[in-house]
Write a protein of this length. Structure first.
Length: 261
């Protein structure tokens, strides 16, 4: 049956209205890093993406690798916001003039993560009791520090509720125990952060840990800029489409469980 022109216009208008309702926008924001041991504070930039609606929504703090923000940062934020979460991608480097921190211990990452937690906790459309940390590589190390009790709380009643770590250096937490619900996603062929270290850490969990190892996947398997594989600073980085898609599903399911009301 052919619609009259007026009917077609109404249908088309409805389609565009639905698209507008589901669209999300990214905003550049600034917040203070939480007080470090020295007592110094630093203004940090972040990229905030929100679902449409009034909320309050659960939220996630995203922590980048030692190479900085991923090439698909915006897509990650939009995907997570599309699932119904406020997403804040922390940029540790911009205000410090850094390009990479792959050969050093980046101790500012943990205060930055807790500064982001405090920032989200003050937003009227965020539920401060349902905030998770998600880290990638060096950011995954920070996420695991949070999960193993390296607390630098923004306030007495504000805490991360769960943690997800993509290809983290689990050996850095060799003697620690996971105290928060934790999801670890890593490639079986990762030559930078071996899966075996994460297998040992996942067994030491007091709050429930899920480890997913992707066959054939290497380090930074979810960033399309490394399609075909690249050697950077002595690290073999390679995008793996199948692992990337499967990890996205695993993360969505984990957040839905751990940040449920």
């Amino acid at each position: 049956m052919r619609l009259p022109v007026s009917g077609f216009v109404l249908v088309l208008s409805a389609v565009f209205a639905l698209a507008a309702q589901s669209a999300v926008a990214e905003d550049l924001v600034a917040f203070e890093s939480a007080a470090a041991r020295s007592g110094a504070r630093t203004e940090i930039r972040g990229y905030l993406t929100k679902p449409k609606g009034a909320g309050p929504f659960p939220a996630v703090v995203l922590l980048h690798s030692c190479l900085g923000l991923p090439s698909n940062r915006r897509a990650i934020g939009e995907t997570i916001a599309g699932w119904g979460y406020v997403a804040l991608f922390v940029d540790d480097f911009a205000t410090r003039g850094l390009k990479e921190t792959c050969a050093v211990d980046f101790n500012d990452a943990l205060p930055d993560a807790y500064g982001a937690l405090a920032f989200l906790g003050r937003l009227h459309d965020v539920d401060p009791t349902r905030i998770a940390a998600i880290g990638f590589s060096q950011g995954g190390d920070t996420a695991l520090q949070i999960a193993t009790g390296h607390a630098l709380p923004a306030s007495d009643d504000l805490r991360f509720k769960a943690v997800a770590a993509f290809y983290p250096p689990c050996a850095n937490q060799a003697d620690a125990t996971l105290l928060l619900p934790t999801l670890i996603l890593i490639g079986a062929a990762d030559q930078v952060t071996p899966a075996a270290d994460c297998e040992r850490l996942a067994r030491r969990s007091a709050a429930g840990a899920k480890l997913v190892v992707y066959p054939g996947a290497g380090h930074v398997f979810d960033d399309p800029q490394f399609a075909g594989g690249k050697e950077i600073l002595g690290m073999r980085l390679e995008y793996n489409r199948k692992a990337a898609e499967q990890s996205k599903t695993a993360l969505r399911d984990f957040l839905a469980t751990e940040l449920a009301r």
